[in-house]
Ligand binder design. Structure first.
Ligand code: FES
Length: 222
């Protein structure tokens, strides 16, 4: 796997980097989504899966002002970049064109994705590679600092961790954003929230509450 799984700290919602199966489930789930664009994008990804896709780690966060994770329905997947090498970062917009986000490849290969909207007063968060052993996410407005592995606040006035953007990596090295999670929200909870209305079998496999009830009802009707 191209993404390592060794975050030093656990965010409140769980480890954002240790749920590759959920990311894989999300990928397949999107195939069944209503949007033709979504379907096309995911078919493209899954075609690569059949050729040996290595699902990358997951990055997440939770936002406030313009708040990631509050989108209606399931956001469409978005290709972030063709390649992201260790020590590199890239800014992008996800899930909407107003939602600033940042993806970082740590030196050990870990992929991390976050909202780049500071949870204090919504200034733009920047990646500072040279800070500390792994770099940091920094808000210049009031010296807010976030841990790049977890999104947790390590300094300054931000009241919440950065919302995460869930990322996956294709075998060809391209990086995709597939979902968002709110501050402190686990990957599973984020996926269940986003997929709960999509009539998706993956929601059941994930153990999402609503999906489980639906499956049970269907079973009773048979
Ligand atoms: Fe980011 Fe104040 S807006 S620290």
């Amino acid at each position: 796997m191209s993404v390592t799984e060794q975050p030093p700290a656990q965010p409140p919602g769980g480890d954002p980097h240790q749920e590759p199966d959920l990311a894989r489930a999300a990928l397949h789930d999107r195939i069944a989504a209503d949007s033709l664009t979504t379907r096309r994008d995911y078919l493209r990804i899954v075609a690569t899966v059949s050729g040996g896709l290595a699902v990358g780690g997951l990055g997440v966060a939770a936002g406030v002002l313009p708040r990631h994770g509050d989108t209606e329905g399931v956001p469409e997947p978005k290709k972030v970049t063709d390649r992201l090498l260790p020590g590199q970062s890239i800014s992008f917009r996800y899930p909407g064109e107003e939602d600033r986000a940042v993806a970082v490849r740590l030196t050990d290969g870990t992929l991390a994705g976050y909202s780049a909207i500071c949870t204090h007063l919504a200034c733009a968060v920047l990646w500072r590679k040279e800070r500390g052993s792994e770099g940091e996410l920094y808000c210049p407005c009031h010296e807010g600092v976030f841990d790049v592995r977890t999104g947790e606040v390590t300094a300054g006035p931000p009241p919440r961790p950065l919302p995460r953007v869930l990322l996956t990596e294709e075998a060809d090295g391209s990086v995709w954003a597939v979902a968002t999670a709110r501050s402190g929200e686990s990957t599973k909870d984020a996926l269940c929230r986003e997929f709960k209305d999509s009539d998706s079998p993956v929601a059941g496999r994930l153990g999402c509450r609503g999906a489980a009830v639906q499956d049970q009802n269907q079973g009773e009707q048979r």
